[in-house]
Ligand binder design. Structure first.
Ligand code: PRP
Ligand code: URA
Length: 209
């Protein structure tokens, strides 16, 4: 079973509360999502392997550590996942970005795929699939399957807010994927929206409602 890491740093909790507020405008919402994404990425990259290198400081030569091994790929699930890319690439500027287009059918709540473009060397990277909302888990499960079908196996999932139902579903479908979230909410409502949640993340980021 993949691990679930809830990153509940006080600054993250404070910023999520601001995002939940229905009076927070799109500009502030995006800024807060940027900041939280960077903090989540800090946690999700905690286990990156290090190697020893030699460096010459102005004083002397010394041995020091640098990140070794696989590079990172960030895979936002369109649209709302786009709002998490900037924060992560601020922290990991060399990360490549792939895109997966999915939307939930409003009637069935099932994900509908419309786009997939991954970095050419995606199967040699540690991929972080990002989406602010993990509700039923349908979109995340489909996105991870998309990536696996293209030969990738080193995958993590990063969400802002998750419902217990979504976490369980992703863990059951993809037990090899660790999930990093900033908050686990109470439940889903009859429209499969997270309660209390923050509403429709895509609409709030892009101002479409
Ligand atoms: C939202 C959200 C996730 C999905 C989560 O996207 O950004 O992708 O719903 O729901 P699930 O866990 O039940 O699949 P939406 O379908 O609203 O598309 P959008 O990002 O284009 O607005
Ligand atoms: N998608 C959203 O944007 N919000 C939810 O609460 C559930 C799915």
């Amino acid at each position: 079973m993949g691990k679930l890491v809830v990153v509940d740093h006080p600054l993250i909790q404070h910023k999520i509360t601001m995002m939940r507020d229905k009076n927070t405008n799109s500009k502030d919402f995006k800024q807060l999502l940027d900041e939280i994404s960077l903090l989540l990425a800090y946690e999700a990259t905690k286990d990156l392997p290090l190697e020893e290198v030699e460096v010459e400081t102005p004083i002397c030569k010394t041995k020091a550590k640098m990140v070794a091994g696989r590079s990172i790929g960030v895979i936002p699930i369109l649209r709302a996942g786009l709002g998490m890319v900037n924060g992560i690439t601020t922290l990991v500027p060399n990360a490549k970005v792939g895109h997966i287009g999915l939307y939930r059918n409003p009637r069935t709540h099932l994900p509908v795929e419309y786009y997939c473009k991954l970095p050419a060397d995606a199967n040699q990277r540690t991929l972080i699939v990002v989406d602010p909302m993990l509700a039923t888990g349908g979109s995340a499960i489909a996105a991870i399957q998309f990536i696996k079908d293209r030969g990738c196996s080193d995958i993590k999932m990063m969400n802002l807010i998750a419902a217990p139902e979504g976490i369980q579903a992703v863990q059951a479908a993809h037990p090899d994927v660790d999930i990093y979230v900033a908050a686990v909410d109470d439940h889903l409502n009859e429209n499969a929206y997270i309660v209390p949640g923050l509403g429709d993340a895509g609409d709030r980021i892009f101002g479409t409602k």
